[in-house]
Design a protein around this ligand. Structure first.
Ligand code: HEC
Ligand SMILES: [Cu+2]
Length: 355
């Protein structure tokens, strides 16, 4: 009976391992075993391999011993008296204390080594300030002061240090946690504290970021993108973004969109040259370059953008943007088109390979 149960449990666990597929999210692999994106992940994957190897060793040792004892000392029906009873075994006890201690010490040593290596800020790193809010992310390039929400553009091959925090004194927040799954992670975003995370992105592509600390109703909807592009594309992006000046539209639909934006949205949202929103709401200056809407949740297409403008709480529970039942479908279309008109021209981040 016992043997059959153990057999079944082992078979079930094997089934789980075989059935497990890498996570999928709109074509993203979300693969922490991705070793091409950064030295950071290679280091972590190396560490994970050691830990898993030890775990496998312990698993095989313990289950092996269990199976051996169960089979060897099972009741056969031929016993004539109670078998000899053993109390304590010094040699065995020393062995099963020393082996785990050695394993833990080795893992401790490897972990400390990796942590020292990864915590050292790389020379010449570009600094990006990251601010977490319920339920979206804000990014500011420290050198240029360029602010972009929900999607961050980075040059390939250049070290970057994220200085991460949550909310401000004026607008208090909860704890979030910053992670770019296939590239680097994870560091908490803590109110009133700056935590740091450094990485050198090594592969051009679009990376999937998400909050990994339960932070409220839409914790699971708190995502972002990191677009790793060539140095040349990055230079164009940052120069265009730093110099951005919104021009007054001439197209009547956009004129209408701008009027509605100023009335309904400008108190919260910044579009540089148009409105001075507040820090606790996303900057929408470069919305036309965005590939997503709703902080990394949906593709930036009219069929998602328009319902978002009209009724974001219906799409994202707990969102701190109101619904606008007063806006007609035409109003919404005009606003959406107006927002899409703000962009750094000549850059398309939608074709990047997804990791
Ligand atoms: C009370 C402040 C407030 C007002 C008013 C407001 N918003 Fe928002 N908006 C927010 C917040 C907060 C978010 C972030 C939501 C999230 O993802 O958690 C947001 C997100 C957005 C996004 C998605 C941004 C992204 O990064 O994906 C768009 C687009 C947007 N708002 C457009 C508008 C438009 C258009 C209006 C006017 C009709 C408007 N908002 C009015 C607070 C506001
Ligand atoms: Cu969060």
């Amino acid at each position: 009976m016992l043997q059959r149960s153990i057999g079944l449990i082992l078979l079930f666990m094997l089934g789980l391992v075989l059935a497990a597929e890498p996570g999928q999210a709109g074509g993203y692999t979300l693969n922490i075993w991705n070793t091409q994106a950064s030295a950071y992940n290679r280091e972590v994957v190396g560490l994970m391999t050691w830990v898993l190897a030890f775990a496998a060793l312990v698993f095989v040792g313990v289950t092996g011993a269990l199976v051996y004892v169960t089979v060897k000392f099972r009741r056969t029906g031929r016993e004539t008296s109670e078998p000899e009873q053993t109390h304590g075994n010094d040699r065995l006890e020393v062995i099963w204390t020393v082996i785990p201690t050695v394993i833990v010490l080795v893992i401790f040593g490897l972990t400390a080594q990796s942590m020292f290596k990864l915590d050292r800020p790389p020379a010449g790193a570009m600094v990006v300030e990251v601010r977490a809010w319920q339920f979206w992310w804000d990014f500011v390039y420290k050198e240029t002061g360029v602010r972009t929400s929900s999607e961050l553009i980075l040059p390939v091959g250049r070290p970057v240090t994220f200085e991460i925090t949550s909310g401000t004194r004026e607008f208090p927040e909860v704890i979030h946690s910053f992670r770019i799954t296939s590239m680097v992670g994870t560091v908490d975003a803590i109110p009133g504290v700056v935590t740091r995370l450094s990485v050198t992105p090594e592969k051009i592509g679009s990376y999937y970021g998400q909050c990994v600390e339960l932070c409220g109703a839409s914790h699971s909807n708190m995502r972002f993108r990191v677009k790793v592009v060539s140095q040349e594309d990055f230079d164009r992006w940052i120069a265009g973004a730093a110099a951005y000046q919104a021009v007054a539209p001439t197209d009547p639909a956009l004129v209408r969109g701008e009027g509605l934006f100023r009335q309904q949205c400008a108190a919260c949202h910044t579009i540089r040259g148009v409105s001075e929103g507040t820090i606790n709401n996303p900057d929408l200056t470069f919305f036309g370059n965005r590939t997503t809407v709703g902080s990394g949740m949906w593709p930036n297409r009219p069929e998602y953008l328009e319902p978002w403008i009209k009724n974001s709480p219906g799409m994202k529970p707990g969102v701190k943007m109101p619904a606008f039942p007063n806006l007609s479908d035409d109003d919404v279309k005009a606003i959406a088109a107006y927002m899409m008109s703000h962009r750094v021209d000549g850059l398309d981040f939608s074709k990047l390979e997804k990791y």
